[in-house]
Write a protein that binds this ligand. Structure first.
Ligand SMILES: [Cu+2]
Length: 619
């Protein structure tokens, strides 16, 4: 819907600009009338968009461009009876309407800064003044060749100007750290806690020990070709960490030959800050030949994963990830556990499911299965399970209260997110696959020979917000919040690494210039996500679980929806709450790792914590 608003706005503004450009050369009121109709059309499109997706999505673009594109009509009306002023207004209309077109194409009004206000409100006034001066004292001639030449120069200057301006923003040092106290008390920094002191348990407590070596390895990938991958212990996917609740896990990571250094981040697992594996925040990336030891208590049950958080987009993409599963102390031992990942884009861009487990080909009837699926890709994935009704037993490691049977629906997993699907093996074959890879995935054969299960992709999506049965979430949000933050997502074009890229902004800012979200320990925090861009943003907060309160303004009704990676689709708004109960400096970023690389990251910082490392990271 937002895209429809944006696209039709661009078309309508271009049409208006073209008409204004003809205006100085053709007489007749019809041009003016069509132009007025287009303007009304644009207002209507905005009105419809505001009603259906919310004023928040359209207010910047409309609010800032509307006065600009409306101003020629007003001026024409004012100067209707004075021929030489009319000439001036027509020239003004051409310039200002094209300016509006470029502003909307580059989405400049979507994330206004002081410079944007000058562009939108100051430049039109300046244009009018300059035209007046030109007409009055230089007896300006309106020459087509001159206009064409002037326009080309202006357009080129404007495009390169915007691209360069945007690129400069990404290369900023971030030294002028700005803080956002979320409307709560600004307590000032009282840094007394060094992140390196916020560690897991002592060595003596360790019950499960792992040695990981990160190295390159040539390996066959799902499409049959051989690629150089970057792997933990030479395995795709990395060695599984499958432990029991109460275990103390120790992982010693050694970097054999991965340039730029490696770390391990325990995705979705709320470890103490020093174990979080974010370079330049909780540690230095582990350089070639060096080692680093992580230790944490496995007290939270569920499906998690681990991956390098150094140059994440490249390193996860090349295979530096694996599964982290914590079983309850007493596990129903008749449940058959299977772990799989949607491959990251470098290993397979087309939705191949990969696993380090050997999955059984045939299953006995009535076998209970738990499929633990993690999306290591950058985009949300549609998972299809055909041939049997199933339950969505857990999301991001959090069990759903009384899940009901799902049939004829696909389940979307956000990039970085996990789902546990459970089912009881029927007397027919069952197929699981990613919607991008209909002929791939797995088929579980039954005892009885049956027709091959369908490759059909259901049209309807599983909706988490109303699934399961309501129960006490354990987080009381009825008495209001200590802090409230809003994160609005946009995109802009810019030069970066010598190419034009999309940069992804939070509140108009690029990392590391995005203000840090400041909290005090014990705060109850609300965050609102608003996605005005045209790409999905799976928002991942380290160190905390978020409780989803509303989706697009509607309160969630089912089992409490806890998540660590929430997919915010284009045009969507979510409100989430979390308790600030894990002191540290935590990343809050988009898990489309390309977006994170291109600006969509920020920090959540406790006011009493500091890092001895550089203080901001390039992931
Ligand atoms: Cu994103």
């Amino acid at each position: 819907m937002y895209m429809m608003f944006f696209g039709s706005s661009v078309l309508l503004l271009v049409a208006m600009a073209v008409l204004w450009s003809i205006f100085p050369f053709r007489r007749g009121r019809w041009l003016l009338w069509i132009n007025a109709v287009l303007f009304v059309g644009w207002c209507l499109v905005t009105f419809i968009a505001a009603r259906s997706i919310g004023w928040e999505f359209v207010r910047q673009i409309f609010g800032m461009l509307m006065p600009m594109v409306f101003s020629p009509f007003v001026l024409l009306f004012i100067f209707a009876k004075r021929a030489n002023w009319m000439r001036l207004v027509k020239r003004y209309a051409v310039i200002v309407s094209w300016l509006a077109v470029f502003m909307i194409v580059f989405q400049i009004p979507a994330f206004p800064t002081f410079a944007t206000y000058i562009l939108c409100f100051g430049v039109p006034v300046l244009v009018f003044f300059l035209l007046y001066v030109w007409e009055k004292w230089l007896a300006g001639k309106w020459n087509r060749g001159w206009i064409a030449f002037g326009s080309v120069i202006l357009v080129v200057a404007f495009i390169f100007g915007s691209l360069l301006m945007n690129a400069t923003a990404l290369n900023a040092s971030g030294d002028d750290m700005v803080m956002d106290w979320g409307g709560g008390k600004d307590l000032g920094m009282k840094p007394e806690l060094d992140v390196t002191k916020l560690t897991g348990p002592k060595e003596t407590a360790v019950t499960e020990r792992f040695q990981f070596t990160a190295a390159t390895k040539k390996m066959k990938v799902p499409d049959g070709s051989t690629k150089e991958l970057w792997l933990f212990n030479g395995q795709m996917t990395g060695p599984a960490i499958h432990v029991k609740q109460g275990d103390v896990v120790e992982v010693t990571l050694t970097n054999e030959n991965i340039e730029d250094g490696v770390t391990i981040h325990w995705h979705g697992y709320d470890v103490p800050n020093a174990e979080d594996g974010v370079p330049d925040i909780s540690q230095k990336a582990v350089a070639i030949g060096e080692s680093y030891t992580y230790r944490f208590k496995a007290d939270t049950v569920g499906t998690f994963w681990y991956h390098s958080h150094s140059q994440s987009s490249e390193q996860v993409g090349h295979g530096l990830f694996g599964s982290l599963i914590v079983d309850p102390k007493t596990k129903p031992d008749d449940e058959l556990d299977m772990v799989a990942f949607v491959a990251p884009k470098y290993i397979d861009n087309d939705g191949a499911l990969i696993s380090s487990d050997e999955w059984p080909k045939q299953l006995l009837k009535d076998t209970k299965i738990r499929l633990r699926l993690t999306n290591a890709h950058n985009k949300p994935q549609k998972i299809v399970l055909n041939g049997v009704p199933f339950k969505v037993a857990a999301i991001d490691g959090n069990e759903v209260n009384q899940p009901t049977d799902v049939e004829g629906k696909y389940v979307q997993i956000p990039a970085g997110g996990r789902v546990d699907l459970t089912f009881v093996m029927p007397n027919n074959e069952v197929r699981i696959f990613d919607a991008k890879d209909e002929s791939g995935g797995w088929v579980f054969q039954s005892e009885r020979k049956s027709a091959a299960p369908s490759k059909e992709i259901p049209e309807e999506a599983f909706q988490r917000e109303s699934y399961g049965t309501k129960m006490n979430s354990g987080l009381d949000v009825s008495k209001g919040f200590d802090r409230e933050f809003t994160m609005v997502f946009d995109s802009k074009l810019a030069f970066f690494d010598g190419m034009v890229h999309h940069l992804w902004t939070i509140n108009g800012k690029l990392y590391p210039n995005t203000p840090m979200l400041m909290v005090s320990e014990g705060d109850l925090v609300k965050t609102t996500f608003v996605n005005r861009s045209y790409s999905h943003h799976p928002m991942h907060l380290h160190g905390h679980k978020m409780l989803v309160l509303t989706r697009n303004g509607k309160a969630t009704t089912g089992s409490p929806w806890w998540t660590d990676t929430l997919n915010v689709a284009p045009g969507e708004t979510y409100e989430v709450a979390f308790k600030a109960d894990n002191p540290g400096i935590w990343m809050d970023h988009c898990h489309n790792l390309d977006h994170a690389t291109n600006g969509m990251m920020m920090h959540l910082q406790y006011d009493n914590v500091y890092t001895p490392f550089s203080g901001h990271t390039h992931e």
